[in-house]
Design a protein around this ligand. Sequence first.
Ligand code: PMP
Length: 310
Amino acid sequence: MSDTRKKTMMPFAFFEDKIIESEKAKISIAAHSIQYGTTCFSGMRGYLRGSEIRVFRIYDHYERLINAAKILGWDFQMEFDKFQKAISDLIKANKPKSDCYFRPFIYSEDEELTPKFKGISYDMAMYMIPLGDYLDTSRGLRLIVSSWKKFQDASIPTKAKAGGSYLNSSLARTEAIRYGYDEALVMDDNWNIVEGSAENFMIVYRGEVIIPQVGSSMLEGITMRTVIDILKEQKIPFRFEKIDRSMLYTCDEVLLTGTGAQILFAESVDDRPIGNKSMGAVCKILRDEFSKIIEMKNTISNKWITKITI
Ligand code: PMP
């Protein structure tokens, strides 16, 4: 069998409480996590600046991961210090030569046939990949509203970033790609648009930024929370509200936010042009302010950025 599998991991991973060669971090094919998608995860960015990696909002990613295990009712605890040390040890082992991405996740290797969460054990592992732009930031995206709906929180907890639930994201994104678009937006059961396949979403409508309600079926993104803080700081009016298709097609800007995507704008949705198809005023302010945070030119940077020497 020729090995054409895509491989992106950096050489070292954190696995079973140790830094080991990524190639040796293997789990059983009968593992609960493989068979039932029993994982919850996070994704953090590290920016290479000189001889240090600046990791963005480590504590918030840790907190969301721990809360995911709590929402799912998993018997799993981990101190923040251990999480932070794993990141630092990984950076020193992998010595990244570019911006990078950390993928910490909680999983179960138990060979348990029954799909249940009680009576199985959990562990945390983490790996790194090099990561530049995840979607093209130099132009506006061409979006579609997917025919696949976002699952409801009453079916699978939407704030848990659970591995299995990404079948839903994959269906939506694949549909977009299949029809020649960049990314898909998904609707909830009430036909309001709530998210991108792997990004939060907001619009600029009649001079205000409108963000879907956190309690709708969406993941509460850390980039979205950062953007909300920038909006407050810049005194740009915003509110949380339902967004229907008519608002989407007639708004001035459509924005996507995420750790991978960062801050992106759409040039069209379902072939309807958005604004004049170029970057809008709000997107520009958000990108400029976000980059000031990463470049340590904003006082808030000290709170959100952890510098780790390679
Ligand atoms: N929604 C979904 C479904 C996602 O996968 C992501 C990416 N993690 C986001 C929103 C954005 O979250 P964050 O800003 O924390 O990366």
